[in-house]
Design a binder for this molecule. Structure first.
Ligand code: FE2
Length: 239
């Protein structure tokens, strides 16, 4: 089936303007979008992205005796297309805060401590079954600083624990930037970014599920998650 640009589904994708989050008008077009035919490069690329970009390991919870501080978790993620078929060879970039809710980024000067044994980013390829696994620590919640309040204190809005994903599917039209949340976290119900997705079922597709302990060899808590790149059951974007 030829790849086509699907119209945006306003119920399953986040609102462009989120009340109480002043950055959103800066990140979204103020004018209506212009429809145009996809170009050849959008229909055939990215080609060999993994050869151009260095892969970073799928274990970011520390190495050897130097373990990152926090609750050790093992994410098992499957990347699927609109037909439910696995997307093998997709390049997935992952970034997250450390166990105290702090990113390694110059924009993050929050009071939470940096963890010398936790960098917080990975670049992984899915296997032929569309799966990848990441050993990490559960990210901490962190306070959001609003543009209108460039210095602390913050608005009092805390982001729930979450992991950011950028997925490069087979073509540029199947690129997805999203976030994964942890089912059952109390802060999920109060997060303007997660709740910018109007449809509850679509919001549910952003939640990773805890798997009952079954003797994971890393002795970690195991979470499973699905990322669907396009179609009716697509995982909502979460920029
Ligand atoms: Fe974040």
């Amino acid at each position: 089936m030829p790849t086509v640009i699907q119209p945006r589904d306003e119920r399953t994708q986040p609102s462009r303007i989120v009340a109480g989050y002043p950055q959103t008008p800066l990140r979204n077009p103020a004018q209506p979008l212009v429809r145009r035919a996809p170009t050849l490069s959008e229909l055939t690329g990215p080609l060999d992205a993994a050869k151009r970009l260095k892969l970073l390991g799928a274990d970011i919870a520390g190495h050897g005796e130097k373990q990152a501080i926090g609750q050790l978790i093992h994410l098992r993620v499957k990347v699927l297309d609109e037909d439910g078929a696995p997307v093998g060879g997709a390049m997935v970039e992952v970034w997250q805060a450390n166990g105290a809710g702090r990113y390694i980024h110059p924009n993050d000067d929050d009071h939470a401590p940096v963890d010398a044994n936790f960098y917080g980013a990975a670049r992984i390829l899915t296997d032929p079954t569309g799966a990848f696994e990441l050993r990490t620590v559960k990210p901490g919640a962190y306070p959001v600083r609003l543009v209108t309040h460039p210095v602390r204190p913050t608005s009092g809005w805390w982001r729930p624990p979450h992991v950011h994903f950028s997925v490069f599917g087979k073509v540029w039209l199947s690129r997805l930037v999203t976030q994964m949340y942890f089912d059952g976290e109390p802060l999920n119900a109060m997060d303007p970014i997660l709740n910018a997705v109007p449809d509850p079922a679509a919001r549910g597709r952003l939640l990773a599920k805890l798997v009952p302990p079954t003797g994971d060899p890393h002795n970690a808590l195991v979470y499973e998650h699905r990322i669907v790149l396009r179609g009716r059951d697509a995982t909502p974007a979460q920029p």
